[in-house]
Write a protein that binds this ligand. Sequence first.
Ligand SMILES: *Cc1c(COP(=O)(O)O)cnc(C)c1O
Length: 393
Amino acid sequence: MQQPRKLHPQTLAVRIQSSKTVQMEHSTPLFLTSSFTFDTAEDMRAAFAEESDDNIYSRYSNPTVNEFVDKVCALEGAEAGVATASGMAAVFNSIFALVKAGDHIIFCSSVFGSTHALATKFLPKYGIECTLVASNDTASWEAEVKPNTKMIFVETPTNPQLEILDLEWVGDFAKKHNLIFNVDNCFATPILQNPISFGAHLVSHSATKWMDGQGRVLGGVVVGRADLIREIYLFCRNTGPSLSPFNAWVLSKSLETLAIRIEKHSENAHYIAQKLEGHAKIKWVRYPFLPSHPQHKTALKQMSKGGGILCFELTGGKESGIKFLDALELLSLTPNLGDTRSIASHPSSTTHSKLKEEERLEVGITPGLIRISVGLEFADDVLADILQALDKC
Ligand SMILES: *Cc1c(COP(=O)(O)O)cnc(C)c1O
């Protein structure tokens, strides 16, 4: 028999389809149903006994949700995965399902805001010890490992400063200390970076961002080593953070265009970052694929392109940041990122305004920091809007 041809992950992201109905539709169908029927009591028994792959109930599994997960597994090179209702549900369950009271987790300090809250406010309530280590000082991490350390959780590029952690280094660190290596790969997407190839055991995503990429639905997914995913799956099956089949359908269709969108987002962001560097109103521009980026070499090693996010520091500080946002005509003011529409944000007056100045600086929120999520508009239109807003601040 002829061997089936091995297809590229990007082809699989377009072509994986859980099933076709009798209508022989070309676009993937949506199975909007809470449960599934059985011909016989024996079939139903076998499904519950996991002797068959039949779907039972959409909190456990659903063909549309499975299709989305299978595509992400193909893109990340993962053995298995679980979809969740949001990115935070993916992050939380990828941690909570695998630890118990008395365990210790190391987080890089510049994780997403809600992940930071898990580490500092919520997990400790259940007797799970959490230590935040400086993302840009990996040498200090060794000292934080304890006999009860179970997991290391990192994010790269980080939000909003776009620091790059060396995934190969973290992979070796995790291996040396026998830790579960968990990565939030939201910013890079599986198109630009595959943490599993650097030794990650688990990779989580907010599918709300680039995977949907059009600002429509919330969703999350965690993929990785089959035995760990099995535990996360059982935890989710019993606690219920399931992804809606409708959202899964939107996300599955979106993955068909993820590669081409991310290439264009990256191209636009790189172009705009280059044009802004050296502008009189800007202290510095940060973009992983600019040679001026402090971890540029690491970015080149582990990412195939720079991604759709850039940030810069205004010379005029906080006041300028507010004026800049008000002067924008095209870019949207919204806390989201990873959309076809370009978005600007000024963390120090919005998402991080409740923190004290020194707390903000600790997580890299400088007063004049502007984050841009570059969309799919014509790049010169986005650039022109940024330049005219810079003139006014
Ligand atoms: C948005 C985001 C999340 C949380 O995702 P939701 O879908 O909003 O729950 C987690 N990590 C990163 C890096 C994010 O940007």
